[in-house]
Write a protein that binds this ligand. Structure first.
Ligand SMILES: CC(C)[C@H](C(=O)O)[C@@H](O)C(=O)O
Ligand code: SF4
Length: 772
């Protein structure tokens, strides 16, 4: 057998702590980014079990999703600044946790605060060849450095905080080879949208995608990050690009990058990270770079991508009935008529930002387009939201802010903003947005919002013309821009930008006033259910052996986790009580008084309001975001198992952590054997021990054998807690760490090397070990 290895194989193997007999691996995590949305329950679990954060130096926290992006010039405290109570509580909870657990933190008064996936690379926290995780699906971004980077759920966040490891199965290798150079003016955003259009949102499921070829090698680091960022939208948890001189050049000199001899040692190692000649890829796809033109999305999935030169597609021309009905629904939701040329579609708002496209190069591209133009009067708002305080600072030094504001665009503070609107930046219902973000799911930017994904230049041009615009036809003054090099040794940039810094964060304790209704009341459909709070205690789940229950039919494909539990329900700091938000946009409609009324969605209708099993006909259930709130909401409703042809990787994984069994069954069998029973309202029995599915009515076998990894089966049958199991491997973890200290000495120090905020003796959060 060939010994040639892929880039992924190499990085994976260099992080194996232990492999057990069932073939499951324990891998070491080098870098862990933390944000306010997916960490509260993880820290709570640690506190309940009296466990510390194992490697605070490998952990870096910031706030990004919930925070307002309006000027922080007059920021006094979180209490006065964040108006949304539930957002405030989440931010405050993180601030308490980073203090309690000594985690380095960039808060709202620190210029280094920003979107996790922007600040990690910016600080040099993300390094080639490392394993990088975060409770966030777009962690794939960091794969641009040749690191193995992926999103995890909250249970895994807790696992990493406690053990610095994760239990993992090996993924498949997939290569996307982009042959030849890109045409002039085509960006990595066009390229990645095109690729997702080709492979589909389930194309990379179960795989790590390596992007390779001339077009990729030619890309800057920032453009590579935009590519890997959206690997998750192609179904893969990770995207990777082999590190090269462009990578090293980008990393060198960053605050947390290795220095001196450690740098040389690191580069020597990083240069070994590439796919060997003849390495095996389970899937190998070639894309011709010259075929790619400016690309935008028209529907409610990132795979609905087409050239700007095209028109709204016509469902009548599609044969597959599931696809056809999905398409009709998407067009109706998006308010689009088939065959209308994209360039004739007017827009309402523009959003330039998100972890895909909020870095300095993105802002420069957009500013070039906007310079000396004015926003179209018909465009109600054009928001520009830098990815971090440092990006903002640099853009301002380059005068980009002025270009935007002169054109009538709004210049904001760093955060996730309108990418998902957990803060006040949302679209009104039916507003159409030209957006540089990464997801166009239903309701993503606000209830009934309509999102079209595109590159920063194209979003900027749409803001000027008021219509989707082919950037190649837009006349703009390609002025000579002089980039300002941002020196990381520059004290001003290292330190906080806000004058009020000294009085900050003193009064941010959670008080009794913060008691809020962070989860709306349960719907009457579930009024009789009670929430078992004892389940919140870390470790231990009910064993899952046999389940007999009503099976609800769901005839949909690509059900994303935004649809399973919309963003407004993510602001909780608890795991329970989420059932009222389950499939919220599908289950409820507002009446004339603004009150929620139930729709005829399957889970609202008897007997399915008591369903314990969900039978899904379409692929890719649970794709998209890493929010563990999706399995929490399903469990809370009473669903204990989901049968579908395929699942989003992170959702699949998160389900097991919560005793919710996802079963992959091929579509034909679902359609012929299980779905009809579900439609009749008959029950189904799932026998985990024998890996079989039976009819509850007559005991006949519907599925002779379904697949499940032995380790996962073992844990479910016995209700075992992963962290407890991993902690039994302490001797292996210790051994790995001893070796890492020597072999990968350039990774030591991590976030603890971060400089303090100017004017303080000690960093206000974390760094207790270091007196400044
Ligand atoms: C909040 C978080 C869990 C989520 C993710 O995982 O992607 C968010 O960042 C998103 O983009 O939907
Ligand atoms: S995708 Fe959007 S919401 Fe998610 S991390 Fe990126 S910017 Fe934030």
């Amino acid at each position: 057998m060939s010994t040639a290895k892929t880039l992924y194989d190499k990085v994976f193997e260099d992080h194996i702590v232990h492999k057990d007999e069932s073939g499951s691996y324990l891998i070491y995590i080098d870098r862990h980014l933390v944000h306010e949305v997916t960490s509260p329950q993880a820290f709570e679990g640690l506190a309940n079990a009296n466990r510390p954060v194992r490697r605070t130096d490998c952990t870096l926290a910031t706030v990004d999703h919930n925070i307002p992006t309006v000027s922080r010039k007059n920021f006094k405290s979180l209490d006065s600044f964040i108006k949304q109570q539930d957002s405030k509580l989440q931010v405050k909870t993180l601030e308490e946790n980073v203090k309690k657990f000594d985690v380095t933190y960039f808060g709202m008064t620190d210029s280094r605060q920003g979107i996790v996936h922007v600040i990690g690379p910016e600080q040099g926290f993300t390094l080639p060849g490392t394993t990088v995780v975060c409770g966030d699906s777009h962690t794939s971004t960091h794969g641009a450095f040749g690191s193995l980077a992926f999103g995890i759920g909250t249970s895994e966040v807790e696992h990493v905080l406690a053990t610095q490891t994760l239990i993992q199965a090996k993924s498949k290798n997939m290569r996307i080879f982009v042959d030849g150079p890109l045409n002039e003016g085509i960006t990595s955003k066009d390229l990645i949208l095109h690729i997702i259009g080709v492979i589909g949102t389930a194309g990379g499921t179960g795989s790590v995608i390596e992007f390779a070829g001339k077009a990729i090698e030619d890309l800057s680091m920032e453009a590579r990050m935009s590519m890997c960022n959206m690997a998750i939208e192609g179904g893969a948890r990770s995207g990777m690009i082999k590190p090269d001189e462009i990578t090293f050049e980008y990393v060198k000199g960053r605050p947390l990058a290795p220095k001196g001899e450690e740098w040389d040692k690191a580069v020597k190692y990083w240069k070994t990270l590439y796919s060997d000649e003849g390495a095996f890829f389970d899937d190998d796809i070639t894309i011709r770079a010259c075929d790619i033109v400016p690309t935008i999305t028209w529907g409610t999935s990132p795979q609905d991508a087409l050239p700007i030169t095209g028109a709204v597609p016509n469902p009548d021309l599609v044969e597959d009935p599931i696809k056809q009905s999905g398409m009709r629904r998407a067009l109706e939701y998006m308010g689009l008529t088939p065959n209308v040329p994209f360039k004739e579609i007017p827009i309402d708002k523009v959003f330039i930002g998100s972890c895909t496209n909020s870095r300095i190069e993105d802002l420069r591209e957009a500013a070039k387009v906007v310079k000396d133009h004015k926003k179209a009067d018909t465009v109600k708002l054009a928001l520009v939201v830098p990815g971090s305080g440092l990006v903002k600072k640099q853009a301002e030094l380059e005068g980009l802010d002025k270009i935007f504001t002169d054109a009538g665009f709004e210049w904001r503070e760093a955060g996730c903003s309108m990418c998902l609107g957990m803060n006040p930046d949302i679209l009104d219902p039916e507003e159409r947005c030209a957006s540089t973000s990464n997801r166009n799911f239903e309701g993503r930017q606000g209830a009934k919002s309509r999102t079209h994904l595109m590159s920063p230049a194209m979003a900027a041009a749409a803001g000027i013309t008021g219509f989707f615009t082919d950037i190649r036809e837009f006349t703009y003054n390609k002025y000579e821009h002089t980039p300002v090099e941002i020196g990381f040794e520059d004290e001003e940039l290292q330190n906080a930008v806000y004058a009020e810094e000294k009085e900050l964060n003193v009064d941010n304790k959670i008080t009794s006033d913060d008691k809020i209704n962070d989860i709306p009341q349960r719907s009457s459909a579930n009024a009789t259910e009670t929430v078992d709070v004892t389940k919140e205690v870390v470790g231990g789940m009910d064993p899952f052996t046999t389940l007999t229950g009503i099976a609800a039919p769901l005839d949909k494909a690509n059900v994303d986790t935004d649809a399973i539990i919309p963003k407004q329900f993510l602001k909780t700091i608890k795991r329970t009580g989420l059932s009222s938000g389950l499939f919220y946009e599908w289950r409820f409609i507002k009446d004339s008084e603004g009150k929620d009324q139930k729709t005829d969605f399957v889970l609202n209708v008897a007997p399915y309001d008591k369903a314990e099993i969900l039978v899904v006909t379409g692929d890719n259930f649970g794709c998209g975001s890493s929010r563990e709130h999706a399995p929490w909401a399903l469990k809370d409703f009473g669903i204990k198992s989901i049968i579908a042809p395929s699942f989003g990787d992170i959702f699949y994984n998160n389900s097991f952590k919560n005793g919710l069994l996802p079963i992959r069954i091929n579509q034909e069998t679902i359609l012929s054997k299980i779905y009809p029973l579900a439609v009749q309202g008959s029950g189904v029995t799932i026998d985990l021990k024998n890996q079989q599915i039976l009819s509850a009515k007559d005991g006949s076998v519907l599925v002779e054998h379904f697949e499940i990894e032995p380790f996962r089966k073992h844990c479910l049958l016995n209700g075992l807690d992963d962290i407890g199991i991993t902690l039994q491997k302490e001797e292996f973890i210790k051994k790995f760490e001893e070796n890492r200290k020597v072999q990968f000495s350039f990774l030591e120090g991590g976030s603890k090397l971060i400089a303090p905020i100017k004017g303080t003796k000690k960093s206000p959060y974390g760094n207790n070990a270091v007196e400044w």
